[in-house]
Write a protein that binds this ligand. Sequence first.
Ligand code: ATP
Ligand code: MN
Length: 477
Amino acid sequence: MKRTKVKDLLNSSAFGSEVVIKGWVRTFRNNQFIAINDGSTINNIQAVVDFTNTDESLLKKLTTGTAVSISGELIESLGKGQKVEIKVKELEILGDSDAEKFPLQPKKHSLEFLREIAHLRFRTNTFNAVFKVRHALAFAIHQFFNDKGFVYLHTPIITASDAEGAGEMFKVTTLDFNNAPKTESGEVDFKQDFFGKATNLTVSGQLEGELAAMALGEIYTFGPTFRAENSNTTRHLAEFWMIEPEVAFADLYDNMQLAEDLLKYVISYALKTCPDEIEFLKNRLLEEEKSKPQEERAELDLTAKLNFCLDNSFERLTYTEAIEILKNSTPNKKKKFKYLIEGWGADLQSEHERFLVEKHFKKPVILTDYPKDIKAFYMRQNDDGKTVRAMDILFPGIGEIIGGSQREERLQLLEKRMNEMHISTEELYWYLDTRRFGSAPHAGFGLGFERLVLFVTGMTNIRDVIPFPRAPKTAEF
Ligand code: ATP
Ligand code: MN
């Protein structure tokens, strides 16, 4: 007989029918109630075994983590908390799990502990929920862009350009460290390396994305990016996934609208398709916050926070306006910020971004028109000579979730800016060709996928929303 998924059985009312389920034991109580999970839903199904007629040695094996196959009758449950259960007819152990050695016990484990056993943490409700939501968000992103006619573009993971300077890069080489060929001047001779030049793991697919957008019109990337960030924060990974749309004939306003629409679409998709998971994560968060002082607890629970985000338009203001607010803010005056805002030109730290979003506006914020000196070379220059057409979207609890801009489409201005910033116009000839041949206004942004997952799941550490986190001194599994 074919197995039925637990998810389908929990919604079934075909009482009296014969069913087969396969899954892992979560708990075994009173020598008769087995809670079984098969991953299809966060909820377990209860199987009731007649212990008087079952081998003692078999019952002993029903410990947390054991894989079982059960056939029996689907019946209406008399117990509280579930609608259906299975009256066991046959019980087979597929793989046992030594209770003395299995690290997961039927109790609450800390996220820190689970991070150390990340290969097993998929088996907890929390990570079941997190990765279901992560999947739903990924799917929704493709759906959103596909519906709009965007082309999903695969940009290279290995690149020869460190153009953007978005972060420290990981080198890619096949040279022998202990015996690397040298040039006459004593430097490593990358001409003899695999690609005949120095190569790195990409920090962003944007520059290549622009090439395609200037022909296909609307593209997006969704792939891994790598940054040798040496900062051990709860918001940075060394390997993370980024979504980068790029749109021809679009300006900064179109860009802001696209970003806001995308975020709202995918959040609403997750709410619709993962109600059980989000409910579970909401309660997990409420539980976790009980240990915090009142003033540090979130005002809204997870579902309310997500709905609030859908129901309100994002606050839009310029960097210059934001600086004024920050300069006159209480934490700045009382010197509570670690980095005090002295005046225009300062780069915003996450404490400032969070003040604007969480304390001042109490909703997502889009900041635009940053000083050109703290932004990348390709951003479109404003007429004031000081600012560029940048936009950052800041989210509560997260800080920056999106960074983007209208691109500088005017060749001469772009070349001038590159020279000022010591970026080789020769190396990036291919990028500049878009401006040489049929240049046009265009805009795009980068959305950090894990930061989005953080927001929607209410998790607080980015290492808990990616299956196998890569961070300084962390590359296990
Ligand atoms: P931050 O200031 O937070 O380091 P950034 O300015 O370096 O971000 P961008 O280069 O604009 O970020 O990248 C676009 C998006 O990618 C960011 O808005 C963020 O959501 C995400 N992102 C950037 N760096 C990381 C990282 N190390 N780990 C996870 N996500 C990241
Ligand atoms: Mn960064």
